[in-house]
Design a protein. Sequence first.
Length: 202
Amino acid sequence: MVAGRRLAGLDAGGGVLTWIVARAAGFTAYGLLTGSVVLGLALGLRWRSPRWPRWATTELHRFVTLLTLVFLGLHVLLLALDGYMRFRPVELLVPFANHYRPLWTGLGVVAAWLALAVWASTWLQGLIGYRAWRRLHLATFVVYAAATVHGLQAGSDGHRPWALTVYAASALMVAGLTAARLAGARRPPTRRLLEPSPAEQV
């Protein structure tokens, strides 16, 4: 760990660079999470375009989800290397074990583990079955809500005007699409549909 800090040149700077990049990685992960949820809801709404086939949206959804996990991992790694806050590994891996704003930071840890579980369930759908996969996939909304509260309350930039604008825009998009999804689910089906594939719905 000390070697990692020296390699990054962070000991001399008091961890300022690490903290800045960790925050940037966190905001990037949140933006990608928003994109993943929006794409998943769009798939569930069965929006189609002649110029953009459904399989392309499905693959984009999977790719954005994977990128979310990559930047989330980078966010956690940089926090582990930070020389100012000095987080212990257990604080970054166990919910509510952190010395810094434990409730709000703990929600971030919960969101991270749930996000990893939801992503893994897509590849294990053949083993766990569609019903279990579907129920677990609904945890995406818990991931999104926990990540939003985590960013607002645990992040040092959470209450800045530009950050509040980002969170508000994200929440409006997700809430609007979720409302449209729920409204569509209440309509009586005109014909029986085949069971959707794992990437069809959020």
